[in-house]
Design a protein around this ligand. Structure first.
Ligand code: ATP
Length: 517
């Protein structure tokens, strides 16, 4: 854990030093839980969006896009249940004055027990070597079994207090588990209270309740209120989906984990409208499709796991998280939710407008059910960045920091580097830049030794460095250096667009990732 926290700190400072992520309004000491994406960050972010949009919208003829406004009619949030139920339970430690989410304190406690189980397993692995059978160990070792039982009991208790919204019992649970504040080390807790996560603001010049509007806490509602508009104008037949990428805002109680939990963040959501009764099938379909999309990036298939919700939200009949192994542990990256007809049903009720679908095949009309996939763009960014960050010891004893970002997502695809700043090499390098720039973000660098320039490109994850030397002027060839292997090859300039294009194409990912509907 300590080692991973160390890695996390390194990733955060690397992100700043190399122009990926800055604290927002840093000259004023920043604004908590708000970040700006810098020159390399914005490219990585755009590429992730493109990967998602292409997989969802371009590759599925029955999924279309939408870009709804952030501001919505206030009744939207009454109907969706957010005004009344979009709460997190909070608790303060009286000694440190630090505020926590009560459920997260309990979940962290469970993670500690899981950590102990993993320690036992690592120890046993060392002791038994090749003969070790993890499955057998898990199902027979008394210590592991006791701890699993402990976890199950706590999970059941957590579920009960959450479902019953019993805040007094919530506090007792925290006390009974002996949970201490990580800062003060004390158990001096306040009562547990509910806290609504929506940011409200005033629209127009007249203050008062009627004009209070909210910054959307999820993009999904923009899709629901447009469901019929899109269905009619797009002549969409069920099942079909609407996809959207956009900002969402939540007044998070605790936001101390860099871009993992922000108060302003971006979501990539897709609502898939299905016939009632078929939602289970589509829920399984989207679980599979989404995990494939993730795994195609090759960030390590062991880094993903499903975590089914103990307490499904007020709108869902099944829900799972795709968790990723961040340096801060396995945490939610994406949610797949079977939202029933809750949202459309509520919008019918509150708006008085029919949001039904007439099924020509079955000659019946119904409110469609919805299966949603919802991924945080910023969390996806963090997943890519943190798992790509590598400190390598090279054969000659030197070290390099390299971001092994999947080439299709890398901010800069190629750097063009004249070996020296004279003899016509810069001019030739500029010519090559011109050829490549039509298709890719490329960098041009002539300052410092070639070795230093390679390192700088490694540190931002550029898949290719192209070096222009004196031979280039004679035979129109260059050396092309590959980021991960550092191998170099002499190739014709005319070959560059093909070589680079092939390597960085999103197509490579789609071969493995797309499950069409
Ligand atoms: P958490 O339990 O971590 O608070 P959630 O279950 O409330 O997340 P959802 O409402 O399912 O999250 O939102 C869908 C996705 O949006 C999440 O999987 C996550 O990737 C992203 N997300 C949610 N809240 C934030 C946030 N504060 N900062 C960044 N991303 C977020």
């Amino acid at each position: 854990m300590a080692a991973n926290e160390e890695v996390f700190k390194k990733v955060v400072s690397h992100a700043k030093e190399f122009g990926f992520v800055f604290p927002s309004s840093e000259i004023y000491d920043g604004l908590s839980a708000t970040y700006d994406y810098a020159q390399n960050g914005v490219e990585l972010k755009n590429n992730i969006k493109k990967y998602w949009w292409t997989a969802m919208v371009q590759m599925n003829e029955n999924i279309v896009g939408l870009d709804a406004a952030i501001f919505m009619h206030p009744k939207t949030w009454k109907a969706s249940g957010h005004v009344d139920a979009f709460n997190d339970p909070l608790i303060d430690n009286k000694d440190s004055k630090k505020r926590y989410r009560a459920d997260v304190l309990v979940e962290d406690h469970i993670a500690k027990i899981e950590g102990k189980i993993n320690k036992d397993i690592t120890k046993a692995k060392k002791r038994f070597g090749d003969a070790f059978n993890e499955e057998e160990f898990r199902s027979t070792n008394p210590n592991v079994l006791r701890r699993v039982g402990e976890i199950e009991k706590i999970e059941a208790q957590l579920k009960t207090v959450q479902v019953n919204e019993d805040l007094v019992a919530f506090k007792s649970l925290i006390e009974d588990l002996g949970i201490v504040c990580p800062i003060s080390g004390s158990k001096n807790w306040t009562e547990v209270r509910q806290f609504n996560l929506m940011f409200g603001t005033e629209m127009g010049s007249v203050a008062g309740d009627a004009s209070t509007i909210y910054l959307r806490p999820e993009t999904a509602q923009g899709i629901f209120v447009n469901y019929l508009n899109v269905q009619k104008t797009g002549r969409m037949k069920i099942p079909f989906g609407i996809a959207q990428i956009g900002k969402a805002f939540r007044n998070e109680i605790v936001a101390r984990q860099f871009i993992f939990r922000m108060r302003e963040f971006e979501q990539m959501e897709m609502q898939f409208f299905v016939k009632p009764g078929t939602q289970k099938k589509w829920y399984e379909h989207w679980k599979e499709a989404r995990i494939k999309w993730h795994k195609a990036l090759n960030l390590g298939s062991d880094n993903y796991r499903f975590h089914d919700h103990l307490k499904v939200a007020h709108y869902a009949d099944a829900a799972t998280d795709i968790e990723f192994n961040f340096p801060i542990g396995f945490k939610e990256l994406e949610g797949v939710h079977s939202r029933t007809d809750f949202d459309l049903g509520k919008h019918e009720e509150f708006s008085g407008k029919k949001l039904r679908y007439f099924d020509n095949d079955d000659n019946e009309s119904y409110v469609p059910y919805v299966v949603e996939t919802s991924i945080g763009l910023d969390r996806m960014f963090l997943a890519v960045l943190s798992s790509s960050f590598n400190e390598e010891k090279l054969e000659d004893g030197s070290e390099r920091i390299v971001l092994n970002i999947p080439p299709a997502l890398a901010p800069t695809k190629a750097a063009v580097l004249p070996l020296v700043k004279k003899d016509g090499l810069p001019e030739k390098a500029r010519e090559i830049m011109k050829i490549l720039q039509y298709d890719h973000i490329c960098a041009y660098e002539e300052k410092d030794s070639i070795g230093k320039r390679y390192r700088r490109q490694d540190a931002i994850g550029t898949p290719y460095c192209i070096t222009v030397d004196h031979q280039t002027l004679d035979d129109n060839t260059v050396t092309i250096r590959e980021r991960d292997t550092m191998s170099q090859e002499r190739v014709a300039v005319d070959e560059l667009p093909r070589i680079i294009g092939k390597k960085v194409s999103l197509k490579n990912l789609f071969m493995d990732s797309v499950v069409s509907v």
